[in-house]
Design a protein around this ligand. Sequence first.
Ligand code: FAD
Ligand code: FES
Length: 345
Amino acid sequence: MTYTIKVQPSGHQFTVERKEIILDAALRQGIAFPYGCRSGACGSCLGEIKSGSVGYPDGLPMALSEEDIEKGRALFCQAIANSNLEIHVPEIRRDTEVEIKTLPARVERLRKLSHDVMEMTLKLPETERLQFLAGQYVEFLLKDGRRRSFSIANAPFNDEYLEFHIRYVPNGFFTEQVFNKIKEKSLLRIEGPHGNFFLRNNSERPILLIAGGTGFAPIKSIVEQVIEENTNKPIHIYWGTRAKQDLYYDTLAKNWACKYPHINYIPVLSEPKIDDNWQGRIGFVHKAVTEDFADLSAYDVYMAGPPAMINAAKEAFASKGLPNEQLYFDSFDYSTDALKAVQQT
Ligand SMILES: Cc1cc2nc3c(=O)[nH]c(=O)nc-3n(C[C@H](O)[C@H](O)[C@H](O)COP(=O)(O)OP(=O)(O)OC[C@H]3O[C@@H](n4cnc5c(N)ncnc54)[C@H](O)[C@@H]3O)c2cc1C
Ligand code: FES
């Protein structure tokens, strides 16, 4: 049995099989719904149900609040249709049609950037390139169907290799392998590109880029792309980490700010060590932004990093007048199988 889904405001229409996740059906049929984690944790796929009803076979997703339910909102990465539906979803208007591919990739280089961040550079087969937009991520396809998401850290114009900044997670299924097992020349499988966290070229507004930890990876991709496109748009980069040792590409960011007058770089440490001799900003990175900008209504804001940072920043920036449609973010949530393992303990 199939149901028909009508999407406002685009007027697009697609079908969904019984028990098929609505987001999966939309993407399969070339309808560019926004999404991030695909595990019900980040809220990127939130939309409104105008008529009909949905269900959640795996239980109510974490990012769906009581208020969302009362207001008829749904998270389409977890929802299935119980009837024909009319829904409102702000579809992504991509500048380019981006094909999602599954590809083998060879580990070209592994380089430790800090005590717990590994830069992994991948090379695709000779005849393949992965077209992506600055800021997007890929999924590593692992044993037992597990998938792990990592943002591409290089810019699309420079796509001979794919670069990743991988933070070590103790006992993490994939990151343990990256640090202890995977070697140069190892073969991996990736799928992508994914995500609606990508640089929009249709805006003249100045850009605020905010990274938490390895959230610097997609921010780096965006900055390199903007530099390549030679626009002189003002760019403010805020990078929040715990201590100085975690600013693993500090010199690179400082060099951008030195070389390009329209780029401003502000590192912010939440827990500097005594021997860091830190003279710079201290505290949470989103607070540094709200201290510096009384009104965010004239900015496009891109941010990537841990869920706690993203959630705190969303609220703080809204209170400084940032309209929802000028905020783009990637919340570095953990995969559903890891979350389920935690919930079972
Ligand atoms: C869109 C997206 C892009 C991402 N991009 C990046 C990136 O560029 N660089 C990067 O380092 N990470 C990134 N992440 C986060 C990354 O996907 C997870 O940290 C990773 O999946 C961990 O995999 P694992 O198999 O090693 O750990 P798992 O086996 O999945 O987890 C093991 C345990 O650690 C916990 N855990 C998992 N990840 C984290 C974490 N990040 N922090 C704290 N505890 C954790 C889990 O809850 C679980 O208890 C991204 C996530 C998303 C959704
Ligand atoms: S909650 Fe649906 S994509 Fe993250």
